[in-house]
Ligand binder design. Sequence first.
Ligand code: FAD
Length: 568
Amino acid sequence: MGKRIVIVGAVALGPKVACRLRRLDPEAEITVVDRDSLISYGGCGIPYYVGGDIPDIEGLCSTSSHALRDPEFFRRSKGVDILPRVEALGIDRQAKKLQVRHLDTGKEESLDYDKLVIATGATPFKPPIPGADFPMVFTVSNLHSARDIKEKISKGQVEKAVVIGAGAIGIEMAEALTDLWGIETTVVEMADQVLPAALGKNMSRIIENQLEKNDVKVMLSEKVEEIVGDPESGVTAVRTGSGTLDCDMVVMSAGVRPNTLFAKESGLACGRSGALLVDRGMRTTDPHIYAGGDCVELRNLVNGENMTMPLGSLANRQGRIIANNIYGRASKFKGTVGTFCIKVFDMAAAKAGLTFAQARDIGYDPVHSLVAQPDRAHFYPASKLMYIHLIADRKTRKILGIEAIGSQGDAVKSRVDSVAPLLQAGIDVDEVCVLETGYAPPFASAMDIINNAGNVLDNILEGKNITMDPVDFIRAFEKNEIQVLDVRDQNEIEPFIKKYGKRWMNIPQAELRDRLDEVPGDRPVCLVCGTGARSYECQVLLSQNGFDNICNVQGGHAMLLATAPKFV
Ligand SMILES: Cc1cc2nc3c(=O)[nH]c(=O)nc-3n(C[C@H](O)[C@H](O)[C@H](O)COP(=O)(O)OP(=O)(O)OC[C@H]3O[C@@H](n4cnc5c(N)ncnc54)[C@H](O)[C@@H]3O)c2cc1C
């Protein structure tokens, strides 16, 4: 008889373990249980199903050759038994038995295992807000809620929606509701920015503008206090700290919590997040029990701390590692740098590593560069501006994180993907300056934007480039704390002079050497140019000539336009 492998959870990690193991070990008896009736689907596609890009739900449950991934498919094609509507209740670790209940019949039984795999994922967190259980309040975690949401929308039952939480799922759902269905959608977020776990302040402003430009209203630093409505007919409004938003649907996307109750009760160790602790072989504190995916803590490879990182990309990779180890082929999953990407209407954002705030909060002294540059050679017709945020530790010059935003998603993702694997190796700023990437005009510039982000950061760390962030610049300008010196040519800046008068001076870079006496020496001067390159050179010139109250705006006018279009 082969090894008896029991797997709990049949969406991402569970089926991956089962299928890989079957390919390695034809003898193993592999049983997968899931309390849900729907199994092995692409949950990451839910927003695109709701938004209409994926017309039928079957698209999320099929293989690339259009075979439906149901229990019959797994039995016949993969030699794996999947039992839907069977819930795991507890583990008798001594006897190596998993207690389960068949949800349709109520029957309980024990499944013997040699190795057990916990792939139970996570459940959306429902903040304890009055009204959270009313009809028409949804979380987005599985195909049932996806189907319900789409059914209500397509029947014309939703004119206004509120999305609670501006993390990745909240933003994807806001786009799905607005883009095809034209639902008036408001995103309410407690933090003072969108994607707070993924992007720095300046970069998040670009995404906020992108949402607003596409008719999604964004409310930041705002707490939902009550969902108004009744238990029969559903919601009518959401009450926040500052007012009431009428709506007929609420989507809650306030993060997730790992599903670990029965595992914890059996004595398996969990971390501070409540997720299971695993070693690099994905073994729990019981050597016969493995776990992976959204229900485990992973090592953050930038700072060595444990964290949860609920990503399907990671769950699938861990599945292969678990199968290898069960088979006896030692494999390791070292951890993650949290590489992530998202589409926001016709823009994309990606990130890896720590944000500036995360780095600061765990004790680094972070320094950052913000760069705006075409994503391919500037003379190539398809080139589009792209924005990079690179974060390093001041003392060690170690790179801690990278973020990218642009309108060509593949270009955005490729920049972050090129740095992500190096983050875990402890790459420093100097290595980013010379990072080797491919070049041809249709794909990149000879000096790639990544290299320039490194160069700018190097200059900042050397104390040569004295910068101000766009968000700080706007605040300081609005408070009348700075004088602007725009070093672009006059024709580029006429609208600013018209709008802001003397507070927005112009001396083109080519004339600055001869007009140093016109530069105010009695108040802080902030230099602006197109993307930050000319203003940096001017700042160096001014510093060499004894001006000591000079800085320049990171990313220049391009970054201001992206972060604060109303200001420019
Ligand atoms: C809307 C949405 C969009 C997403 N987009 C992306 C994306 O673009 N990129 C990305 O990388 N990730 C994305 N994710 C995250 C990704 O889907 C998850 O990280 C991934 O599904 C986790 O896989 P898992 O196998 O660990 O858990 P899950 O996929 O959550 O599966 C766990 C299964 O375990 C079952 N289960 C739980 N407890 C028990 C029990 N006691 N007994 C029996 N069964 C049980 C559950 O019913 C569930 O079916 C998205 C998620 C959502 C919801």
